[in-house]
Design a protein around this ligand. Structure first.
Ligand SMILES: Cc1cc2nc3c(=O)[nH]c(=O)nc-3n(C[C@H](O)[C@H](O)[C@H](O)COP(=O)(O)OP(=O)(O)OC[C@H]3O[C@@H](n4cnc5c(N)ncnc54)[C@H](O)[C@@H]3O)c2cc1C
Length: 385
């Protein structure tokens, strides 16, 4: 049996890494465990938009708090996040999409978010690379993006400096329960004893909790992603469309990270040595067609990487952030449904509060497990942007 940690955090994506950092900052002994390594799944595959726009109202307080936190996160972690608050422009390609965009703007303004309905001409002023055929757009100036690998690394490095231990390349196979209370985790290498366990395992969120009768109704969706070589184009807002089938943002060194198009994952994952899912050629071709129409200057741009990102899509497209009493009282975070990157810094604080037995300041009632009682999985995808 290894040394006793106050907390074991399973999963070194942005949710788990941020939690390990928060707990270490609060003076606890922490071990962060991942079957592969930091940002090796969704937190590395992501587009990494940091946005409040397009959010369900239940997530809005968290998204707004997260955007506040992103402003100073790099300084706080003494590491890079490459956060850029360049805005989010959601474009309407036709009149039907224009109606949808106008409704989103009205909904979000009613929630107090600064968001503008801009004309096609104004779109050209904000982002001249966007097609002049765009009818109108929503613009949220306080949205932006960050670099996912740099950010997760900064969380892990900061946690480590504060004394957290890491175990990468170590699969957790079960929760260790003693007299009804969690007492650690079982890994492929043995037992790691811990007073409390946080499970932030993304698409594998159901694996460790099934034997206790829990099941989060989510479906794993595969989203086609690609990255261009560096281009000299000026930095621009994150660009998206009303139905979310095309999104792109420009990385700090000029590469465009582009995504869109979702299908149910067929379960095939290669290790190369990191987990990889290859996109079907037809999805790649369709996405190239869509982004070339939306941003004509990108037509013909060289691509240096293609991949799929897997998304834990719950039936209501909202995550679970909760304590599971029947699973020894562990804390679970899963089901972010394609929008958990922005939330990462506040997810970490919320999970740390729950793990300590404290009540988070932010409202998490909508993210309770109990809302799913009697609900079955459906393949309906509702990506809130
Ligand atoms: C294509 C795509 C685009 C996206 N775009 C955006 C966006 O623009 N904005 C936004 O906010 N969000 C976006 N998201 C969503 C966001 O990236 C995710 O919600 C977020 O990264 C989830 O982080 P996580 O830490 O909860 O999970 P993950 O990053 O998936 O981390 C889970 C970790 O747990 C580990 N693990 C799992 N099981 C075990 C086990 N049994 N033992 C040990 N380790 C285990 C895995 O190896 C993994 O590293 C996108 C996601 C994708 C895929």
């Amino acid at each position: 049996m290894s040394a006793l940690f106050d907390f074991a955090v399973v999963g070194a994506g942005i949710s788990g890494s941020a939690t390990a950092y928060e707990l270490a900052k609060r003076g606890h002994s922490v071990v962060l465990i991942d079957q592969y390594g930091p940002a090796s799944m969704a937190s590395g595959w992501t587009l990494a938009g940091v946005r409040q726009s397009g959010r369900h109202k239940a997530e809005m307080p968290l998204a707004r708090a997260a955007v506040e936190r992103w402003q100073t996160l790099g300084n706080e972690l003494e590491g890079e996040t490459h956060y850029r608050q360049v805005g989010n422009l959601r474009c309407a390609r036709n009149d039907e999409e224009a109606d949808r965009i106008a409704a989103i703007v009205a909904e979000h303004r009613a929630l107090g978010l600064e968001m503008h309905l801009v004309t096609g001409k104004e779109v050209q002023e904000i982002a001249p690379m966007v097609s002049p055929d765009v009818v109108c757009a929503s613009f949220c100036p306080t949205d932006g993006h960050a670099d996912p690998h740099a950010t997760v690394k900064s969380f892990v490095d900061a946690a480590t400096r504060l004394g957290a231990e890491t175990r990468f390349g170590e699969l957790v196979t079960a929760l260790e329960i003693t007299e009804g209370k969690v007492s650690g985790v079982v890994t492929v290498k043995g037992v790691i004893a811990a007073g409390q366990v946080v499970v932030a395992t993304g698409i594998y969120g159901n694996k460790l909790i099934g034997r206790f009768g829990y099941h989060v109704p989510y479906e794993v969706m595969s989203a086609t992603m690609m990255r261009s070589v560096a281009t000299p184009a000026p930095q621009m807002p994150v660009i998206g469309v009303a139905n979310g089938d095309t999104t792109l943002r420009q990385e700090v060194l000029g590469q465009f990270r582009i995504g869109g198009g979702h299908e149910v994952w067929d379960g095939h994952l290669e290790l190369d040595p990191w987990p990889q899912v290859r996109p079907p050629a037809s999805s790649v071709a369709e996405l190239i067609k869509r982004y070339s129409a939306l941003v004509p200057e990108l037509a013909g741009v060289k691509l240096d990487r293609l991949w799929c990102g897997l998304i834990d899509q719950t039936v209501d497209a909202l995550p679970v952030l909760d304590i599971l009493p029947e699973a020894g009282g562990i804390v679970l975070a899963t089901g972010f449904s394609g929008h958990g990157f922005c939330l990462g810094p506040v997810t970490g604080a919320i999970l740390a509060d729950l793990a300590e037995g404290a009540t988070p300041d932010l409202p998490i009632e909508p993210f309770r497990m109990s809302r799913f009682a009697g609900v079955a999985v459906s393949s309906t995808v509702e990506l809130h942007g």
